[in-house]
Design a protein. Structure first.
Lengths: 61, 174
């Protein structure tokens, strides 16, 4: 099942991907890093608050 | 949807408290992480076809289910992780505009052009998820403090994004 899915995925990616000689402009890099930075913040903020909440709950008990 | 996805992860924590929040947060953003990776690799991903279309998200959900089930042997939890991955595209159809399948229509309410409406919708998802998450926390004297900090931080992040949408004509993802 998974290998069939993988084959379908590879075919799907091959038909959709257009590397275009991979022109990688400064803007492109900025957008990529901005997206990754935003994802890191959106993951780290709730995670740190959760850690703090569970730790302080243990202490206050 | 931006920070609203965290609401889905927080709500899922209520379904199965044994699932680590980190796993749920990664799951809820899988299509966006794929977007980021493809963008960094310089791969052309037309309108998120490789990351946000139905076949792509189904594939990510299957992979997420397999990885979580193999590493924990908890199939119910793995199903929840897969559901969180699928929730990404469902929520994106409310606020964004995403492709369905190759050659298929692009659908969504595209609320990013209406930042106030976007904030209201994302805020509702965040608050709903946050309230459910609050019930997974151990009992303490003032339990509302933890939930308030979580909700406050997430709503401030979302507000920042919606203000950025108001000030800039477009915020290209890649």
């Amino acid at each position: 099942m998974l290998s069939a899915s993988a084959i379908v995925a590879v075919g799907f990616v091959a038909t959709q991907t257009d590397t275009d000689g991979a022109e990688f402009s400064g803007n492109h890099l900025f957008y990529a890093l901005r997206l990754i930075g935003a994802l890191l913040v959106a993951t780290a903020v709730p995670l740190l608050i959760d850690r703090r909440a569970r730790r302080s709950s243990r202490i206050s008990q | 949807m931006y920070i609203g996805h965290v609401g889905a992860a927080l709500a899922a924590k209520r379904l199965r408290a044994s699932i680590g929040l980190f796993a749920l947060l990664v799951a809820t953003y899988v299509p966006d992480w794929v977007d980021g990776g493809l963008c960094l690799a310089g791969v052309h991903n037309p309108e998120g076809m490789l990351s946000h279309s139905i076949p792509a998200v189904v594939l990510f959900a299957l992979a997420g289910f397999a990885v979580y089930a193999l590493s924990t042997r908890d199939f119910t939890a793995a199903l929840i992780v897969a559901g969180v991955i699928v929730s990404h595209v469902l929520l994106d159809w409310i606020t964004g505009y995403k492709p369905t399948w190759p050659g298929g229509p692009t659908i969504g309410l595209q609320l990013y052009g209406h930042p106030v409406a976007d904030f209201v919708v994302e805020g509702l998802v965040i608050v709903g998820g946050g309230l459910l998450y609050g019930r997974t926390l151990p009992p303490r004297r003032r339990p509302w403090i933890d939930v308030s900090i979580m909700l406050g931080a997430l709503l401030v992040l979302q507000l920042g994004i919606d203000i950025a949408h108001m000030m800039m004509k477009s915020l290209p993802k890649c």
